[in-house]
Design a protein around this ligand. Structure first.
Ligand code: NZQ
Ligand code: ZN
Length: 379
């Protein structure tokens, strides 16, 4: 096992009606709030009204930036940061899924500087301070609510990049499973695929960490047991709660302690599909992971088999890969790009952007030849 530092400063408020504590939690941070949200789901499901009434109860002044899109873009981050700077806000409050929370994270470090948030991604500047961030999670998937990572897309440089810094941990995150009842079936399934992929990225990372492996098995089993029934019963509180907690645990570092790193090759390839074709993040992962496992099948058969034994009760790499394919099929997640009407004629385009984004993986590094084989396996 590698040496490690365990650190996670986010206070998680989990369960039924936890939003009742939002106002009191916000108050010590200040009264000028920059509220960030997406394209209107929070107005349709009533979460917006609950948040506003909590903020009113402490006489907060609220500045709103809405319209954050799935696969969020840097232009929104910069425009929201400008708004926050102009009004000298005390606090950023993100209400939404990973796209909203990731944007809010970068907004919170961009407000104090006179530049684009993209400069943190290209390494031009390092953050020294952040406006406090509180989140209200509405979609179980990314783990962003309790981690220091943020993924943002830059269409002008054709990059979708993840980046992490301790200043990006939210101070508080509110997770009421009831707030995910309205997530449609497809995005519920993509969230399950995403949490499984986070476990896989940890598991296929570098370094031996048996307890962290067992956390991976346990979290993936939650998804396997509770994911399929949830898709037939979207307003079932305990199923939503089990998946929501599993998604947070899948990427709050619990599965990483004692490893050198996670792998993250499939995620970086998935970002290329989102960048090119606006494919939802979780769907990009269910498309690429089975292909990646097939590519690695001859290289790491024991590691793949151990995983299959522990989560599906199978005894060889091929059955492990088949089990993943049939699980994704069961939850209606695509395992081929053809599900989005994209065919082999796009192989060169995908290759080019993979090269440009330097898709690789920290442990099982992908070569240019691998790109070609990988694309053939999922296109
Ligand atoms: O636009 P809104 O109204 O917010 O609607 C969203 C969006 O259309 C909708 N939605 C969210 N909550 C809902 C709801 N609809 C009905 N009821 C609700 N309660 O769902 C759609 C997708 O939302 P989005 O935030 O894009 O989904 P997700 O949480 O999957 O986030 C994806 C983004 O997170 C990044 C991905 O790359 C992608 O950009 N990731 C962030 C990570 C991190 N910070 O650690 C790690 C992940 O691997 C991932 O890369
Ligand atoms: Zn992910």
């Amino acid at each position: 096992m590698e040496n490690f530092v365990a650190y996670n400063p986010t206070k998680l408020h989990f369960g039924k009606d936890v939003l009742n504590d939002l106002g009191n939690t916000v108050e010590p941070y200040g009264k000028k709030v920059l509220l960030i949200y997406g394209r209107g789901s929070i107005k349709r499901n009533g979460i917006y009204q609950k948040v506003i009434s909590q903020l009113k109860s402490i006489q907060a002044t609220v500045f709103e930036y809405s319209g954050i899109r799935p696969n969020p873009v840097i232009e929104d981050v910069d425009a929201a940061a400008e708004l926050g700077r102009k009004h000298q806000v005390d606090l950023v409050l993100a209400v939404g899924g990973g796209s909203v929370i990731d944007s809010a994270k970068i907004i919170s470090i961009t407000i104090p500087v006179q530049t684009s948030g993209w400069d943190f991604y290209n390494g031009t500047i390092k953050p020294k301070t952040a406006i406090s961030l509180i989140t209200v999670l509405t979609l179980a998937a990314t783990g962003s609510e309790m981690n220091p990572f943020a993924v943002v897309q830059n269409n002008s440089t054709k990059e979708k990049l993840g980046w992490g810094n301790d200043l990006l941990y939210p101070r508080h995150s509110f997770l009421d499973p009831q707030n995910t009842f309205s997530v449609p079936k497809d995005y519920t399934a993509y969230g399950i695929a995403d949490l499984m992929a986070h476990c896989l990225e940890a598991y296929f990372g570098e370094g031996e960490a048996p307890l962290s492996d067992r956390f991976v098995y346990a979290i993936m089993k939650e998804a396997i047991i509770y994911g399929p029934p949830l898709l037939d019963d979207l307003e079932n509180y305990s199923l939503r709660a089990n998946i929501m907690y599993a998604a947070t645990a899948a990427l709050n570092k619990l599965t990483m302690y004692g490893r050198v790193s996670g792998d993250w090759g499939v995620h970086s390839a998935g970002h290329v599909l989102s960048l090119l074709y606006d494919i939802p993040h979780g769907a990009s992962l269910s498309i690429i992971y089975p292909a990646w496992l097939k590519l690695q099948r001859e290289r790491i058969p024991e590691r793949i088999t151990t995983l299959g034994k522990n989560i599906f009760g199978v005894n060889n790499p091929d059955d492990t890969i088949k089990s993943f394919e049939s699980f994704f099929h069961r939850i209606d997640c695509p395992i081929s790009l053809s599900a989005f009407g994209i065919g082999a004629d796009k192989k060169e385009d995908i290759m080019k952007v993979m090269i440009h984004n330097n898709v690789t993986g920290n442990h099982h590094k992908l070569t240019r030849e691998d790109y070609s084989r990988l694309i053939d396996l999922f296109i």
